[in-house]
Design a protein around this ligand. Sequence first.
Ligand code: ADP
Length: 261
Amino acid sequence: MADIYTLGIDVGSTTSKCLILKNGTEIAASSLIPAGTGTSGPGRALAETLNDAGLKLEELAAVTATGYGRNTFEGADFVVSELSCHALGAAALMPGVRTVIDIGGQDAKVLRVSPAGRLERFLMNDKCAAGTGRFLEVMARVLETDVSQLAEMDEKAKGVVPISSTCTVFAESEVISQLAKNVDIRDLVAGIHASVAVRTAGLARRLGVTAPVGMTGGVARNAGVVRALEKELNAPIAVSPMAQLAGAYGAALYGFKKKEG
Ligand code: ADP
């Protein structure tokens, strides 16, 4: 039987993610372009992934779009909410996971997933930047660093400078005033991560935390946030190296299941 290739594209607020699955199991290619909805990011992610897989668009059995900007993507066979896609993707990448914490560029979600990877219930914060990737980006800028450096700085922290403001704008002022006091930047980063963890853990507790817990979304790449969240929830958190691609993976899997009937 001929191989079935399905493509998932997750058009995010900050990053475009694209992934092709072969027969619903094997990753043929994937790409991650740090430009989200309304930019050239989705088109570039699509072109790069097809090129890496050595495939043409016509050879795909299904294209499924998900993510914040999914409705702006033209040419999708299916358009699916990122909640369903993250549930599917997380269950495939971290088999057996029951609670999925997804922190992206501008929202945070906690999902309860059935053993088969179906979304059972969820809670989301998409009203406020605090506790999202945006909060970390704002803080990284104030600290003259990049989000990709925060985990390493946190690892070297000797203490935690607490951030008491829950609002991103006030928290930014608080960080600036701490910098003026000459506190150790690494301890400040640990405080920033603890602040994200406290907010996310609150959301998770409201939903109810069922082990095993896993994390998806770009912020899962920040091991400092993952560690702070493990401490806050008093539970280990699984993270796949493909965490940021979980939505695109779930979308490609959705298309495969539809085609397979
Ligand atoms: P969206 O789908 O909204 O674009 P993502 O799930 O792709 O969001 O996550 C984007 C966020 O991931 C960024 O705001 C940033 O905080 C975080 N991030 C991206 N790359 C890295 C990295 N290399 N290390 C740590 N954090 C990262």
